[in-house]
Design a protein around this ligand. Structure first.
Ligand code: 4AD
Ligand code: MG
Length: 453
């Protein structure tokens, strides 16, 4: 007999004569005549109640079934007399699959702090909250793929090992070999190589061949930022569109986020309800706004004016030319507009070489999407498609042309206006769940100072 997932069982409206479930014990309660087991198998938030009669087959294992133990139960699914769930399972045969060491099991039935759970990241997905995060993470990932598939984009896979620094910020992890005395970069590839900070430059090459593409994979940044929104390894979604300007770029970002929020609300409601109840009381309002409101679009210059006229005292003073800090970004989205805000046309001096220079020669066609609680969720731009302007900008920024000969080639051969953006996947998950620390929306976080798993 095949096992049935608890999610599928709980979706039923009729009882079942025979069913096999497999999962882990959350709690056990004994009376003289029978024992109650709450079993969870990870397929959904809810556990199902199993009733084991004293003396029934397998009941001799009951003393070993403490929290965390693994079991298989064959039985009948019958209407439940109690409140809560419609059905429960009456065990006909109980099989002991794996013990959990009794009191040694770290996840006893009580609330644990996020800090403690980070020290046992290998076990924390067995809790309600972290199980829910992992299910939402999976669903969100699928929704992203579904959106781009429906919109006619091609999924491309960009390399993790790169020979260039897309963002030009030098925040890269260098690759070396373990054997040998010279770094792999010189030894193996003939040049120094790094873990990718962004798949954008490769994605641009593919967009100029396939039209609309996206890449979605891990990216790496050696920024020593000890914040709740930065990780050294994070997943980035990067669409790139040929024949697309900055406004079209913002349109895609807005449509994507609305699609994902709608999909998550429709298909993860049980898990989302958990976060709305226990993590962030304003979560539903935030998600509804993300799904229904028209996002604000605001030139950087006007954003600076709003911030300068704000009553709020900022830690970093605001003037034209500064890179907006997270306190500024959050103020705009959270307090001033109370909805997502695209800030666009940033000063040229604070942005990378590939962004298209505007006619004012002072700003570039960049856009960041700022959202409540997080700040920057998306960073993107229209790319500089004019070969002469690009060469000049690279020279001004001291970027060696010979390193980017292939990138410049794309501007020599059939260059077209094109745009794209990067969305931090973990930041999107923080937004969707109300979780405030990036370490808690990725299974095994990599942040400065610690790597245990
Ligand atoms: O703004 P960023 O640096 O943009 C790029 O890398 C572009 N090349 C993307 C593109 O146009 N294709 O990063 C994009 C997004 C940010 O808005 C943020 O959400 C996320 O990636 N991000 C991080 N997320 C977690 N930890 C970090 N250290 C992050 N750095 C950026
Ligand atoms: Mg950015």
């Amino acid at each position: 007999m095949n096992r049935t997932k608890i999610k599928a069982l709980l979706a039923r409206t009729a009882p079942l004569e025979k069913v096999l479930i497999k999962g882990w014990v959350r709690t056990r309660r004994d009376t003289k005549e029978f024992s109650f087991l709450e079993i969870n198998d990870g397929s959904c938030l809810a556990s199902i109640q199993v009733i084991v009669d004293a003396g029934s087959p397998g009941s001799e294992h009951l003393p070993d079934l403490s929290t965390g133990a693994a079991v298989a139960v064959t039985g009948e699914m019958v209407p439940s007399p109690g409140k809560g769930q419609a059905f429960e399972i009456r065990s006909h045969a109980l099989e002991f699959v794996g013990g959990s060491g009794g009191d040694a099991y770290p996840l006893q039935k009580k609330r644990h702090s996020d800090e403690f759970l980070r020290t046992i990241a290998h076990l924390r997905a067995r809790t309600n909250k972290y199980g829910a995060i992992m299910r939402i993470r999976s669903r969100t990932s699928h929704l992203i793929h579904r959106f781009f598939e429906e919109e006619g984009f091609f999924l491309i896979h960009t390399p993790v090992i790169t020979g260039s620094d897309c963002e030009g910020a030098g925040e890269m992890f260098r690759i070396t070999t373990v054997k040998g005395t010279t770094p792999a970069s010189e030894d193996f590839f003939g040049k120094e190589t790094n873990l990718t900070v962004s798949g954008q430059l490769s994605a641009e090459m593919m967009a100029l061949a396939l039209g609309d593409v996206y890449t979605f994979g891990p990216t790496f940044r050696a920024e020593n930022s000890h914040t709740s929104r930065h990780a050294a390894e994070f997943w980035m979604l990067e669409p790139e569109m040929a024949f697309c300007d900055l406004a079209g770029n913002m349109d895609v970002a807005e449509a994507l986020i609305k699609y994902v929020v709608k999909g998550v609300l429709e298909t993860c409601s049980e898990d989302i309800t958990l976060f709305a109840k226990f993590v962030d009381k304003t979560l539903m309002a935030t998600l509804t706004s993300l799904r229904d409101d028209t996002y604000e679009r605001l030139p950087y210059k006007e954003a600076v004016e709003i911030l300068q006229n704000a009553k709020k005292k900022f830690e970093y003073p605001v003037s034209f030319g500064i890179d907006l800090q997270s306190e500024h970004e959050r103020y705009l989205a959270e307090e001033h507009f109370k909805k997502p805000v695209f800030v666009y046309n940033y000063p040229k001096g604070i942005k990378p070489f590939y962004m298209r220079v505007n006619d004012d020669n002072e700003t570039v066609a960049a856009m960041d999407l700022l959202v409540p609680r997080i700040g920057e969720l998306v960073g993107g731009s229209q790319r500089e498609e004019r070969e002469d302007v690009l060469r000049k900008r690279m020279a001004d920024m001291n970027l060696p042309e010979e390193e980017y000969w292939w990138y410049l080639d794309s501007r020599r051969f059939g260059s077209v206006p094109h745009s794209g953006f990067g969305l931090g996947f973990e930041r999107l998950l923080m937004l969707l769940t109300g979780i405030t620390n990036i370490r808690d929306v990725i299974a095994f976080p990599r942040t400065p100072g610690s790597i245990d798993f």
